[in-house]
Design a protein around this ligand. Structure first.
Ligand code: KIV
Length: 270
C-alpha cells in the first residue's frame, strides 16, 4: 500500500493496523494477514537480541532487518527506525542514515523526540525522505525519563507533547507514533492535527495502532538475563494468540480488532 492510500484510509476514519516486523517470514505472513504498515522497530534490541533496552541497536542492525522485511513483504508500507546516535547530532548525518534505510527497502524512517528534532524532520522531508515522528514515551531516552513511565500526565508535559505534535505535523511528517500517553491526550492531539497518529498505549482514538509482534503473540518474557517470572507485560499489551490456533490467525485477529476498534479497550489504556 502507498502512503497516499494510508492517508486516505485515516481521513476516511478507517483505523490503520501496524505491527513490528524484523524478518522475511513474518513480513510475508503479515502481508497476507492484511497488516497495513510494518515497523522495523529498534525494539529488535529487546525482542531479538535479548537486551534490556534499545540503546545498543546500530544502523547496521536496522538496515539488515529492513532488507529482510522488504524482501518478505514487497507490497506493504515499511517504516524503519533510526537507531540511537544516527540522527541527533547533525542533519547531514541524519540524511545519510535515513537514505541508507530507504535504500534497504524502507518507505519512511522514524525517529524519536520533539523539540530540536522538528528541524531534522523538516530537513529530511524537504529532501524527499518521508518521516514518522515518535512522541510520548521515547525508549531511546529511557535513562533520561527514569524508566518505562507514562508521559503527558501533568498539564505541562501534556502541553509539550501537543506542541511537539503540532510542530512535527507542520514540518510535514507522515505519521506520529504516540507511545504511553493518556488516552485523552492522544485524542486531543489526533483531533488537533491532520497527520495520522499511531498509538501504543495511547487509547483507541488514534488513527491507528501498533504493537510489538512478540507481545501480541505472548512470547516476549523480558530481557534474556532476567527470570521470565519477574516479567509483567505492559498494560497496553493483549495476547492475540491465546484465543486463536495459529500465528496467522492471531495477526488477522489483531488487524480485525484494530479496525473494529475493540482494541485497545479501556483496560489497555491510561
Ligand atoms: O521500536 C519499536 O518497536 C517502536 C514501537 C514500540 C512503536 O518504536
Amino acid at each position: 500500500m502507498k502512503l497516499a492510500q494510508l492517508k486516505k484510509m485515516a481521513a476516511d476514519g478507517e483505523k490503520i493496523a501496524m505491527l513490528t516486523c524484523y524478518d522475511a517470514s513474518f513480513a510475508k505472513l503479515m502481508e497476507l494477514a492484511g497488516v497495513d504498515i510494518l515497523l522495523v522497530g529498534d525494539s529488535l534490541g529487546m525482542v531479538l537480541q535479548g537486551a534490556e533496552n534499545t540503546l545498543n541497536v546500530s544502523m547496521h542492525h536496522m538496515t539488515y532487518h529492513t532488507k529482510s522485511v522488504a524482501t518478505g513483504a514487497p507490497n506493504t508500507f515499511i517504516i524503519a527506525d533510526m537507531s540511537l546516535g544516527s540522527y541527533e547530532h547533525d542533519n547531514e548525518a541524519a540524511y545519510k542514515n535515513a537514505e541508507w534505510l530507504i535504500r534497504s527497502g524502507a518507505h519512511m524512517v522514524k525517529f524519536e523526540g520533539g523539540g530540536s528534532k522538528v528541524k531534522t524532520a523538516r530537513y529530511l522531508v524537504e529532501r524527499g525522505i518521508p518521516v514518522c515522528a515518535h512522541l510520548g514515551f521515547t525508549p531511546q531516552s529511557v535513562n533520561q525519563l527514569g524508566g518505562y513511565k507514562i508521559q503527558g500526565k501533568t498539564d505541562e508535559s501534556a502541553q509539550q507533547i501537543l506542541h511537539d505534535a503540532i510542530a512535527m505535523s507542520e514540518a510535514g511528517v507522515g505519521f506520529i507514533v504516540l507511545e504511553m500517553v493518556p488516552a485523552a491526550l492522544a485524542k486531543k492531539i489526533t483531533d488537533a492535527i491532520k497527520t495520522p497518529t499511531i498509538g501504543i498505549g495511547a487509547g483507541v482514538d488514534c488513527s491507528g495502532q501498533v504493537l510489538v509482534t512478540q507481545d501480541l503473540l505472548g512470547i516476549y518474557t523480558g530481557p534474556a538475563h532476567k527470570n521470565p517470572t519477574e516479567f509483567k507485560s505492559p498494560r497496553f499489551v493483549r495476547n492475540f494468540l491465546k484465543d486463536t490456533n495459529s500465528v496467522q490467525a492471531a495477526v488477522e485477529s489483531y488487524v480485525k480488532a484494530v479496525k473494529d476498534k475493540s482494541f485497545p479497550a479501556l483496560e489497555h489504556s491510561y
